[in-house]
Design a protein around this ligand. Structure first.
Ligand SMILES: Cc1ncc(COP(=O)(O)O)c(C=O)c1O
Length: 355
């Protein structure tokens, strides 16, 4: 820390991203990326002519992209805002709505929520999960604070029903309820169908997982015209050209290729269910994840040991060193071949611990 840092930020504990190794070919199951390449349409869209046009600023309204998103979800373009990854959209939302009111979110959830709150001076309250890692909606019914919930939640993979989300929305007529749907595309239905009924609902999604564009950095939010206009005001006050030309084109092309999206997400869901069954067969404890990752504990092996033993075998997984979940691994659902290698390694590690 330099002596110039504003004392407000002295206690800031930054978000720690999952490892992105450069030096060795790992099986990367640690950051919930897609095992599949982006849609072939993305390759066509990001062509030489487009690269040459990088000398010009990008469209500050990202119209090609927001048009594709609006068309996909049956919304008006004024109900869509695009961002440099959904992380940026989340930051805009904390800035726009957090202020004096503050936000409540689950204690075990996406690790960026408390970081944004601290950085942006938003009062935050975090609520423990139930023992089975599920969210009890009754903990989120106090009006007067905004609500932020990842659905499905991370790193547990557990999802709330639309009825439960509606219970929260109804309890907060004067607050924003942000539903972070980073993982919604893996067999769940988006809460977008609730938008006509609830002006306080803000849905955040990303192209990083189900649309294979983690490195493109494209995210977006859907909501009422009023909520989106507030976010646009914050965005224009911060970085109007927040999305480059290539990510805008890549995002639009990915969004328009519905068949490829369905094929990839369908395969991931099928692999997830197969791996779930195999892990259960080996005596692992795991949640009924509805996302593109598994949340599992190996029998007779600590989380730290399991993670290290997988690493020794060239497999990266994520673990969070927090008491309730320290023995659990968050394992991205990769290709079938990657998951076979993972299952083989898990079998060996459990066997080693037994002997
Ligand atoms: C719940 C959740 N929300 C948002 C994000 C951010 O995604 P991105 O900034 O890549 O769009 C992540 C990334 O892992 C996440 O897990």
């Amino acid at each position: 820390m330099s002596r110039y840092l504003d004392p407000r930020h002295a206690g800031l504990v930054p978000y720690t991203p999952g490892e992105q190794p450069k030096d060795r070919k790992f099986i990367k199951l640690n950051t919930n990326e897609s095992p599949f390449p982006p849609s072939p349409r993305v390759m066509e869209a990001v062509n030489r002519a487009q690269v040459e046009s990088l000398k010009l600023y990008s469209d500050p309204d990202a119209r090609v992209l927001t048009h594709a998103i609006a068309a996909r979800y049956g919304l008006d373009e004024e109900q869509v805002i695009a961002g440099n990854g959904s992380d940026e959209i989340l930051a805009f939302a904390f800035l726009a709505f957090g202020g004096s009111k503050g936000a409540v979110f689950p204690e075990i959830s996406y690790g960026f929520y408390p970081v944004f709150a601290k950085l942006l001076g938003v009062p935050a309250r975090s609520v423990p999960l139930r023992e089975d890692f599920s969210i009890d909606v009754r903990d989120y019914l106090t009006p007067g604070e905004n609500v932020v919930i990842a659905n499905p939640n991370a790193p547990t993979g557990l999802a709330l029903s639309h009825a439960e989300i509606e219970t929260i929305l109804r309890a907060h007529p004067d607050d924003v309820v942000l539903i972070d749907e980073a993982y919604v595309d893996f067999g769940n239905e988006s809460a977008v169908c609730l938008l006509p009924k609830y002006g306080n609902l803000l849905i955040v999604q990303t192209f990083s997982k189900s649309r294979s564009l983690a490195g493109g950095r494209v995210g977006f939010a859907l909501g009422s015209r009023e909520l989106i206009a507030d976010l646009q005001a914050v965005r224009y006050s911060f970085n109007p050209y927040n999305l480059g030309r290539l990510p805008q084109l890549a995002g639009a092309a990915a969004m328009e290729d519905e068949a490829y999206f369905r094929e990839c997400t369908g395969k991931i869901v099928a692999t997830r269910e197969r791996v779930k069954a195999a892990l259960r067969g080996m005596g692992c404890a795991l949640t009924d994840s509805r996302s593109n990752f598994l949340f599992a504990r190996l029998p007779g092996v600590s989380g730290a040991r399991a993670q290290a033993a997988l690493r020794e075998r060239g497999i990266l997984v994520r673990r969070f060193d927090r008491p309730a979940i320290a023995d659990y691994l968050r394992v991205t659902v990769g290709s079938d071949a990657e998951m076979d290698a993972f299952l083989q390694a898990v079998e060996e590690i459990i066997e080693e611990a037994r002997t």
